[in-house]
Design a protein. Sequence first.
Length: 77
Amino acid sequence: MTKDILISALAAGFLLRHPWIAVCSPGQQASIWLGMTVCLLFFCFFCEEKHEKWLKYWERVGRIREMMDRLAKGEKK
């Protein structure tokens, strides 16, 4: 979770360097940074959850492939 917070904060900080945002006052920049950080944090959590689901899916697919290979060879367990 700390990794996601750090990534989100750094990415939002990098976005503050955009010319459109650079002309804003410091208070506006801080609110833009906070808003972007929160959005990116939720996106990181979403991606992490999807990654875990894909890992479980591919593990299940691997077990099924092994079972199909054994059945194709005529082996039992």
